[in-house]
Design a protein around this ligand. Structure first.
Ligand code: ADP
Length: 206
C-alpha cells in the first residue's frame, strides 16, 4: 500500500475539481461516492442484503436498486437508515481498501464528502480539506446541479460544519478564487505529498 491522502470538502467546495487536478498529475483517485454506487449494483452482495432486510419493494422491475424509494424510506425512518448503513458502510470500506491497495501511483487519494463523518479518515495517512464559504458552496452547487438554494442548504446542514472539519484536516485549501488559483495552491501540496510518500515508502521497507 502506498501513502494515502484523504481529500474532502463540503458540497460545492471544489473537491471534484481538486481531485481531477491530482488525477491529471498521475495520482490515482478512489472516489467514495462512486464506490457507494458500485457496491449496490445488480449482482453485488450488498444489494441482496438490502433486499432481504427491507423487502422486494427496494428493487425496480429490472432488478436494480430503487434509489428514490429507498431514499424516501430512510428519510422518514432513522432506524431504517442505520440498518441500511450497517450493510453499505462495511461494503464501501472494504471496496475502498481493495482499490487503494491496487493503486500504482506514487501516492493515492481517497476523495469523500464524508471522509471525517464516516471515519474513512482512518484509512488515510494525511488529510486535505478543500474549503469555501457557504455562499460560494451554494452558488457553485446550484449552478452545477440545478438544485434550489434551500436544497443545497439542507445538504450543507447535514454535513459536518466547516469549523469542525478544520480540526480534522492536516492541510486546508481555501478555494475562493478562480480554478487556476486552486491549481496554484495544489501544486506545492502535491510536491509535499510526493516527498511524504517517499518517506512513507522508505519507512515501510523492512
Ligand atoms: P464538490 O465536488 O466539492 O461538490 P466541485 O468540484 O464539483 O465541488 O465544484 C462545484 C462546481 O463549481 C463545479 O461545477 C466546479 O467546476 C465549480 N468550481 C469549483 N471550484 C471553482 C472555482 N475556483 N472557480 C469557479 N468554479 C469552480
Amino acid at each position: 500500500m502506498t501513502f494515502i491522502l484523504g481529500l474532502t470538502g463540503g458540497i460545492g467546495s471544489g473537491k471534484s475539481a481538486a481531485s481531477q487536478w491530482f488525477e491529471n498529475q498521475g495520482i490515482q483517485v478512489v472516489d467514495a461516492d462512486i464506490v457507494a454506487r458500485e457496491i449496490v449494483q445488480k449482482g453485488q452482495p450488498a444489494l441482496d442484503q438490502i433486499q432481504q432486510s427491507f423487502g422486494d419493494w427496494v428493487l425496480l422491475d429490472n432488478g436494480e436498486l430503487n434509489r428514490a424509494a429507498l431514499r424516501e424510506h430512510i428519510f422518514k425512518d432513522p432506524t431504517a437508515r442505520q440498518s441500511l448503513e450497517a450493510i453499505t458502510h462495511p461494503a464501501i470500506r472494504s471496496s475502498i481498501i481493495q482499490q487503494l491497495n491496487a493503486a500504482q501511483s506514487p501516492y493515492s487519494i481517497l476523495v469523500s464528502p464524508l471522509l471525517f463523518e464516516t471515519n474513512q479518515h482512518q484509512l488515510t495517512h494525511h488529510n486535505l480539506l478543500i474549503d469555501a464559504s457557504e455562499d460560494l458552496q451554494i452558488m457553485r452547487a446550484a449552478e452545477r446541479d440545478g438544485q434550489s438554494v434551500e436544497q443545497i442548504q439542507k445538504i450543507i446542514a447535514a454535513q459536518m460544519p466547516r469549523s469542525e472539519k478544520h480540526k480534522f484536516a492536516d492541510d486546508i485549501v481555501l478555494n475562493d478564487g478562480q480554478l487556476v488559483h486552486l491549481y496554484d495552491k495544489l501544486e506545492p501540496l502535491h510536491q509535499h505529498y510526493l516527498q511524504k510518500a517517499q518517506q512513507y515508502q522508505k519507512s515501510a521497507q523492512p
